[in-house]
Design a protein around this ligand. Structure first.
Ligand code: UT7
Length: 338
């Protein structure tokens, strides 16, 4: 079916906490070093929230306000909210409704997306479908994470905790009448067989609940710490990134040479470089900022997309490709005619 409308990104914004944590800062609290982190991941520094003031919701709201202003709409023009995070303020309800409250907007629907590193791509896809069918005109999509409070900042947790950072990004998607423009297509996948390869198993483990954990009060209980089989995730990431970008291009009869800007989820600079080489893109055609922020999971693509746009690296008519891979496993791509 040919869509009635397309959606297009009309406003972008991001917010990161002021507190910069360098690799050297981490080496003071755990057995790691700047050379290892830079060589394996490309990360030089990341942000960690420093006060109770910055939460997943509050950072998301700050990013959203910028995106709404840049979209040139009133907050009451927003028809629907989509919030992607793996680090919600509350276990329930999710941050979507908290954003609705904080922005003080009418009783529009709010949906929470639990797709980790692919969360923003999934969120964009959901928003796009609502706009394509004509149901909504303006949808706010937010990705935000506070990782730092949940990481094991000792040597035990080093292979995970040096990678992740805090931050938020947001986009307003609005109706575009010209269906040759805006979001051309989105592509989503998952493979639950590998759910436990990158996960935080607590509190349930499918068998117990927070109350049981409190009762057990075991200081060595590791179920509340994120776990990642790094090499396995890496190997799957490079394959799935490539596949899902190709799928999106083929669907629109496009070639890798048509890409003006690829904004990959910032999981590891080595993954981005692998994809860049594979698609024979030059340095101006791939945007990376993992050096400054680490991996911010659902926030990484909207932060990177906003920075690329702010730096004038995305122009009208450009073919922009977003792609993500992460826990689930889940992965996806978005093909945009800007
Ligand atoms: O965003 C969601 C998707 N996530 C990803 O795509 C992540 C994919 N995976 C990766 O990016 C990489 O696998 C990592 C960056 C996580 C790890 O890099 P690696 O090259 O796969 O290292 P490794 O886990 O195989 O560890 C190599 C060595 C080990 O020591 P031994 O056993 O060789 O003596 C680790 O104990 O490096 C050690 N190590 C560290 N050393 C210093 C692990 N973490 C650290 C650390 N500092 N932080």
């Amino acid at each position: 079916m040919h869509p009635m409308y397309n959606s297009k990104i009309t406003g972008l914004g991001y917010y990161v906490p002021d507190n910069v944590v360098t690799n050297d800062d981490l080496s003071k609290v755990m057995d790691t070093n700047d050379a290892w982190i830079q060589e394996r991941t490309g990360i030089k520094e990341r942000r960690h929230v420093a006060s109770e003031e910055d939460t997943t919701t509050s950072m998301g709201v700050k990013a959203a306000k910028i995106a709404i202003e840049r979209a040139g709409i009133d907050k009451n023009d927003i028809d629907f909210i989509v919030f992607a995070t793996l680090s919600p303020d509350y276990y329930f309800p999710g941050p979507g409704v908290l954003v609705q409250k904080e922005l003080g907007i009418k009783t529009v629907g709010a949906l929470d997306v639990r797709n980790q590193c692919s969360g923003f791509v999934y969120g964009i896809s959901v928003a796009d479908q609502y706009i394509k069918t004509g149901m909504y005109k303006n949808v706010l999509v937010i990705g935000s994470e506070v990782h730092s409070r949940g990481l094991d900042m000792t040597t035990r947790g080093r292979s995970v905790s040096v990678i992740f950072g805090d931050g938020a990004g947001a986009a307003v998607l609005s109706r575009e009448e010209d269906t040759s423009k805006g979001i051309l297509s989105t592509h989503l996948h998952s493979e639950g067989e590998h759910a436990e390869e990158l996960a935080l198993i607590a509190p349930g483990m499918g068998k117990r609940w927070v109350t049981d954990i409190i009762k057990e009060n075991d200081p060595n209980d590791e179920s509340y710490l994120p776990v990642m089989n790094g090499q396995f995730v890496f190997k799957n990431a490079v394959v799935r990134f490539s596949e899902v970008i190709m799928e999106g291009l083929s669907k629109n009869n496009l070639e890798p040479t048509d890409i003006d800007m690829l904004v990959p989820h910032q999981a590891n600079l080595r993954i981005s470089q692998f994809i860049q080489k594979k698609f024979r893109l030059n340095d101006d055609q791939v945007f990376n900022n993992i050096m400054k922020y680490g991996n911010t999971t659902a926030a990484s693509i909207p932060i990177a997309l906003t920075e690329a746009w702010e730096q004038g690296k995305i122009k009208e008519g450009d073919l922009v490709v977003l792609a993500a891979f992460g826990s689930g496993f889940t992965w996806g791509s978005v093909i945009i005619k800007w």
